[in-house]
Design a protein around this ligand. Structure first.
Ligand code: UFG
Length: 345
């Protein structure tokens, strides 16, 4: 029988790409999203790519009663829980919003999984739990460090809530995926990242600068202890990341987990500097970016990249898309958005 997955935050950036990959792998999907940081039109993009209409419920995962109605209506085999607030800076200004939203949502999901006997949870965690590690790359054994923002702390605490819940409730299993820096868009350019207002993250800022929406890109610091002085990250193609969720769900529903709670790093294993990203973007898309070096951004860590060996071996998953193709896809998506906006004017 076809397995059905509840995707919370399914109209968001990673959620929408994961929904597409789940559908293409033969799963049924139901999306809940409160549309706080995404748009209903994303469902149209998913339909264009897959030819399938996904049931959608505009529900906030903080609302237990409304979420319960979704669980009561469908039988789920697994939940992928993306729905969360994710802006580091905003979390410093509004910590209670972040703690309430991110923690209560997860606890509601876990409660309903127990009530409705849904055994499998894939959780969106982040490499933010490692902070600035002493040794690079970071493996799953690298000790977690105290978070530098309320947002980061919610990921830390959510992992702990899952660990304790799985230990106490044998009917619940979970895989936490620690994402590195997801970038790019679906190769069809039908779905991608949809930042609201001024983007916080590097790639949407880069593509909006290239499109002339922003006058110039600021590079936050060139005095780090790295080969070119800019920060280093592990930029992972969003579709590759989405596929990691599909294999994680498969591992759970097929009963192939080796422990009731497993954690995997989802990265490429390659550290790339901010300046390298900018240069590669210019080169593959044949354009020039206006940028200047400015001071460091508060809270940025110098360098982090993944040791993905455990995920490669255990999940049989590997990041496949080159940085070049990923940066091409990011630009194609920006042009798609610009064309759509022009048409709507
Ligand atoms: N950067 C710039 N200019 C910009 C934006 C970013 O130079 O306009 C630099 C940053 O200083 C950083 C790199 O580009 O060195 C990547 O920055 P992002 O904001 O894209 O990503 P971060 O690594 O800061 O943050 C990401 C996620 C967070 C998560 C964090 C975990 O967005 O949700 O990784 O390390 F918490």
């Amino acid at each position: 029988m076809t397995k059905r997955v509840l995707v919370t935050g399914g109209t968001g950036y990673i959620g929408s790409h994961t929904t597409v990959e789940l559908l293409e792998a033969g799963y049924d999907v139901v999306i809940v999203d409160n549309l706080s940081n995404s748009e209903r039109s994303v469902l149209g993009g998913i339909r264009k790519i897959t030819g399938r209409t996904v049931p959608f419920h505009k529900v906030d995962c903080g609302n237990l009663a409304r979420l319960r109605r979704v669980f009561a209506r469908y039988g789920f085999d697994a939940v992928i829980h993306f729905a969360a607030s994710k802006a580091v800076g905003e979390s410093v200004e509004q910590p209670l919003l972040y703690y309430r939203n991110n923690l209560v949502s997860l606890m509601n999901i876990l409660q309903l999984m127990r009530e409705f006997r849904v055994p499998n949870l894939v959780f969106s965690s982040s490499c933010t739990v490692y902070g600035q590690a002493e040794k690079l790359p970071v493996s799953e054994q690298t000790p977690r460090r105290e978070a530098t923002s309320p947002y980061g702390n919610t990921k830390h605490i959510c992992e702990d809530i899952i660990r304790d819940s799985v230990a106490a409730y044998p009917e619940v299993h979970s895989i936490a995926l620690r994402y590195f820096n997801p970038i790019g868009a679906h190769p069809s350019a039908e779905i991608g990242e949809l930042p609201r207002g001024v983007p916080n993250n590097l790639i949407p800022f880069v593509t909006q600068t290239a499109a002339g929406i922003r006058p110039m890109l600021s590079i936050f610091g060139d005095d780090y202890n790295t080969p070119d002085g800019s920060c280093i990250r592990d930029y992972i193609n969003v579709r590759d990341l989405a596929k990691a969720h599909v294999v994680a769900v498969g591992r759970m529903v097929d009963g192939r987990m080796k422990a009731p709670f497993e954690v995997f790093n989802v990265g490429t294993g390659r550290g790339v500097s901010t300046l390298e990203v900018v240069r590669t973007f210019e080169q593959v898309n044949n354009l020039k970016l206006i940028y200047k070096i400015v001071g460091r951004r508060a809270g940025d860590i110098e360098a982090v990249w993944a040791d993905p060996a455990f995920a490669n071996k255990e999940l049989g998953w590997k990041a496949e898309t080159s940085l070049e193709d990923t940066l091409r896809s990011a630009w194609a998506w920006q042009r798609h958005l610009d064309a759509k906006n022009k048409k709507n004017q």
